[in-house]
Design a protein around this ligand. Sequence first.
Ligand code: NAP
Length: 334
Amino acid sequence: MSAALRVGVLGCASIARRRMLPALAAAPGVTLAAVAGRDPARTAEVAARHGCRAAGSYADLLDADVLDAVYVPLPAALHARWVGAALGAGLHVLAEKPLTTDPARTAALLDAAAGRGLALVENVFFPHHPQLAAVRAALAEGRIGRVRSFSAVFAVPAPPPRDIRWDPALGGGALFDTGVYPVRAAVELLGAGLAVESAALRTGPSGVDVAGTALLRAADGVPAHLEFGIDARYRSGYRVRGTHGTLTVRHAFTPPADHVPDVVLHRAGRRERLPVPAADQVARTVAAFARAAATGARPGAAQSLQQAELLAGIRRAAGARAPRARRVPERSKA
Ligand SMILES: NC(=O)c1ccc[n+]([C@@H]2O[C@H](COP(=O)([O-])OP(=O)(O)OC[C@H]3O[C@@H](n4cnc5c(N)ncnc54)[C@H](OP(=O)(O)O)[C@@H]3O)[C@@H](O)[C@H]2O)c1
């Protein structure tokens, strides 16, 4: 049997504490080895809770020579720097979405990983849920006929005032937070060749976009209408309309492990709920990363790159400035 993949975590992020540290600790073939954070006491407490070592700083974690891989749940604007550093240290990387805030940097990191034979995977859960596979299968079987349009939405209520999502320097904003999901859903279901037709972003007082819409067009002309936001009620789903029916998926992007999928086919005046099992999409994503690391593969690289290009295209179409590559220092050497 091959040795377990030793994973370190850069930052005691909310998503790490709530979802990923438990998933990494529980994953077969994975050892949660260490966590690094800027606040030593908090990092020690998080490490103790998840049964791993606390590293003195992000740099110490990468230098420790006891890891095979890292998970990077830092604010979006810091991903490129630390993903690059981790690849430079010879580590496989599971990086939070968006992989970076700039398609050229995303492409460069994927190239760097390929050049070193390292796994680099963007941590997007929903493509690993069987409900996406069920929708793909239903479309391939022609159950709604030919696809004519697509719409998707992911919106969440406003995060607390000091949240990273309000800070332009940290890569905040609705597009990089919730917008990633409808964009990725379009990529997953409508394939390569999507282009941005138009987009609008609404800017909030802190200078980040707080909501937006985008109209994309697939290579075959099928339009995709996307909505996202971080200041409204929770909405999460998508709809594919075809010549003979419609597929609707509710709770599409962040279903908990015990959620019974709500994938509904409307056709010829009838409503049929497709039989899709509940699934732990976080555990499945971690398992997929462990498999990728075993072979140094980059599954989903093309989708991550296409997603990055579409996010940049949406910003351009909406007249937003490209995010500045401003370096945000690690506050202290913890
Ligand atoms: N895949 C998903 O479903 C999902 C869900 C939620 C979030 N995310 C992504 O995960 C990332 C983190 O989101 P989150 O909600 O977990 O954010 P968060 O709780 O604010 O975590 C970010 C962490 O980054 C570290 N950090 C380093 N420099 C920082 C700075 N200048 N300001 C603030 N934090 C800094 C902090 O850890 P230390 O202080 O311990 O060093 C902080 O805990 C984002 O990229 C987000 O898009 C993904």
